[in-house]
Design a protein around this ligand. Structure first.
Ligand SMILES: [Zn+2]
Ligand SMILES: [Zn+2]
Length: 330
């Protein structure tokens, strides 16, 4: 099968992914084999390919927002031809303290799709049958792919931030995840304040119903109940903290951050303000978001790339030059 393979991490400008023929993926015990219909591109893929997250296996096929059709390992619940999604959490041990206490997102021995097992930048991919999600009819493959990490983790970030209906919520950065989160927030009757670089991202935020839109250095005109940051930048976290009311929460939706600068505790954190990270996702988050996406007719804005242009897709994510999400069609 054709796949984009990472052997040596490096800057995407140097084209670290090699598109080549490799042995076709096979379904092992308890797995299904998928013909990949679409695979979303996530900023985490960029961190893996550029080496900010250490490479866990040589000859890795990245990609963890996979929409596929079952072509092997079918079961009664997952018949041949069924369309399913695969996300970043590709498996857990089911036995550690976290798994036993409803925090499978924090599992001590997790499997991450496209990181410690091969992912979906390929024509076929294998996945654990108990970690795939049947997709609602109304979601086509192309538009379902970005929901599988950008959508689910963005949704989890809203939960971690403790968002309640009608609140004032800030989104700092407006890429693949935020442009889905805003639609969920609007459905909950929240007023959304968006700070982001890039004129076209600001226009997209406006068109999706943001109450206020500003550049990355502008501050919302009101105190926020909650904020979610999406940029891999600690400065942005501190800026978001500075916009909160007492008791407000900043949720950081980033697997990698460049370091948080020192900040004034008395002014920024005192008053029971909180900073929380958002780590991975649970299967319940995935099912809840997919159900909500079907109800709300969530339709991500997508730009497609053929598998041969996997490096270009990552470069576009790095430059923030795409409105919405990048999706690879193998
Ligand atoms: Zn566990
Ligand atoms: Zn992701």
């Amino acid at each position: 099968m054709k796949a984009a393979v990472l052997t040596t991490p490096g800057k995407v400008a140097g084209r670290p992914l090699q598109v080549e023929d490799v042995d076709k993926a096979e379904a092992g015990a308890g797995q299904v084999l998928l013909r990949v219909l679409a695979c979303g591109v996530c900023r985490t893929d960029l961190h893996i390919v550029e080496g900010e997250l250490p490479l866990r296996r040589e000859g890795l096929i990245p990609g963890h927002q996979i929409v596929g059709e079952i072509v092997g390992g079918a079961t009664l619940e997952l018949p041949l031809g069924a369309r399913v999604g695969v996300s970043w959490i590709g498996g857990t041990d089911g036995s550690c303290w976290y798994c036993r206490h409803n925090f499978e997102n924090l599992c001590d021995a997790p499997t991450f799709t496209g990181y410690n097992v091969d992912g979906g930048y390929a024509q076929f991919a294998a996945a654990r049958a108990d970690f795939v999600f049947p997709l609602p009819e109304e979601l086509d493959a192309l538009h379902a792919a970005p929901l599988l990490c950008a959508g689910i983790i963005g949704f989890r970030a809203l939960r971690v931030a403790g968002v309640e209906a009608g609140e004032r919520v800030g989104l700092f950065g407006f890429g693949a995840s935020a442009h889905l989160a805003i639609e969920v927030l609007r459905a909950w009757g929240c007023a959304v304040y968006v700070s982001t670089r890039g004129q076209s991202h600001r226009r997209l935020a406006e068109s999706l119903g943001a109450t206020w839109v500003g550049s990355e250095v502008d501050r919302p005109p009101v105190e926020l109940d909650r904020a979610v940051t999406f940029a891999p930048s600690g400065k942005v976290v501190v800026a978001a903290l500075g916009c909160l009311r007492k008791g407000g929460v900043v949720a950081i939706n980033a697997i990698h951050l460049d370091g948080i600068p020192a900040f004034d505790y008395d002014r920024l954190l005192w008053g029971e303000r909180q900073i929380r990270s958002v780590t991975n996702m649970t299967r319940a988050d995935a099912r809840d978001l997919l159900r909500l996406a079907a109800e709300l007719h969530l339709r991500p804005k997508v730009t497609t790339f053929p598998l041969d242009e996997a490096n270009e897709a990552l470069a576009a994510v790095k430059r923030d030059s795409i409105d919405g999400a990048a999706v690879i069609i193998p």
